[in-house]
Design a protein around this ligand. Structure first.
Ligand code: NAP
Length: 305
């Protein structure tokens, strides 16, 4: 029998990915939504989260799709009400609040899943397997996209806690921290802030182990989500946000589509709930926090979405 789930924060990612993934899921029934303005045809809609929790004791799981800053209060309320919780990425606005949620979920014997959709991309597992037991001589991430295309009108990305270019960049870091055989740490960063924004629009990162990253939200035309890794046994290129893998320039694994990521997340959430387990890996977010701690600040001209 399918488990009932509520989707909270019906915006771009909920409509683009969560709703289709749930509609096709063998594990889940979308039983309610909570949003001030969004709704899903044929699904009971609430604007008050507390009311949804109180009126639907049979909905055992909530999936939170709003931006990171407001997410903690919803996650805390859901856990206090005995619900399992799935968090969009990044899992919160601060590391400490996610640690607190993990402790609360553990104390209550509930599942908490800090999702990283890019880790579910088609070629990430094959890339990890190919790099196992290998020495990395160099790695470089190029993550360049057009913020106006992917976040139309979403002012929160440039407000405090919105993470700016780290909102997509953390996807690259979620892949990096999954595939590298050894962890790396931040050694320095250059962050570019538009004069009217609280978060960076571009970042250049230098990690230990000859690993670097170039994130930029001002790229028009072709978009780039690539990770290059050089090793003594050859060169690995993960392209299309982790969905396509090339080894020494030849296609090795993957599929040029992002549509497998959210179905895989919901299948994983079903496994976690079945065993009341938790999956909370904050490694990608630690790198973002370290970049914001160590980063040298550059100012750029004002930017408007
Ligand atoms: P969005 O469309 O701007 O926001 C999603 C929904 O959250 C909004 O429609 C809004 O619904 C609700 N919301 C916004 N502010 C809120 C607040 N202060 N309190 C309660 N609810 C609030 O953003 P999104 O693009 O879907 O991104 C949401 C999350 O998904 C982010 O963490 C992002 O990193 C992640 N994500 C986004 C994408 C993408 O392509 N955009 C891809 C993967 C992951 P109501 O106003 O109707 O309540």
């Amino acid at each position: 029998m399918k488990r009932k789930i509520a989707l909270v924060g019906i915006g771009k990612i909920a409509i683009d990915q969560h709703v289709p993934a749930l509609a096709a899921s063998p594990d889940w029934e979308l039983a309610a939504t909570v949003s001030r303005s969004g709704r899903v045809d044929g699904v009971k809609a609430y604007s008050d989260f507390g009311l949804m929790l109180a009126e639907n004791p049979d909905i055992g799981t909530v999936s939170l799709c709003m931006p990171p800053v407001p997410r903690y209060d919803y996650a805390h309320a859901a856990l206090m009400a005995g619900r399992h919780v799935m968090l969009e990425k990044p899992p919160g606005a601060s590391l400490a609040e996610v640690y607190a949620l993990e402790k609360l979920a553990e104390a209550k014997g509930l599942s908490l899943f800090a999702t990283w959709h890019s880790r579910m991309a088609h070629a990430v597992a094959p890339a990890k397997a190919w790099l196992k037991d290998t020495t990395i001589t160099r790695a470089h991430i190029t993550w360049r996209e057009d913020v106006r295309k992917w976040h139309p009108g979403q002012d929160w990305v440039f407000q405090a806690g919105g993470m700016g270019v780290f909102d997509p960049g953390i996807n690259a870091l979620s892949i990096l921290t999954e595939i590298l055989p050894q962890p790396v740490h931040m050694r320095g960063a250059v962050l570019t802030f538009p004069s009217n924004c609280q978060t960076p629009i571009a970042a250049k990162l230098a990690f230990s182990g000859n690993v670097s990253a170039d994130f930029d939200w001002r790229q028009e035309g072709p978009q780039t989500w690539d990770i290059l890794v050089e090793t003594p046994k050859g060169r690995l290129d993960l392209r299309m946000g982790g969905n396509v893998l090339e080894i020494d320039g030849k296609l090795h694994a993957g599929e040029n589509s992002i549509m497998g990521e959210y179905p895989a997340l919901y299948a994983r959430m079903a496994q976690l709930v079945a065993t009341r387990a938790r999956d909370v890996d904050l490694a990608p977010m630690i790198h973002v926090a370290d970049a914001l701690t160590l980063g040298v600040r550059q100012e750029a001209e004002a930017f408007h979405l």
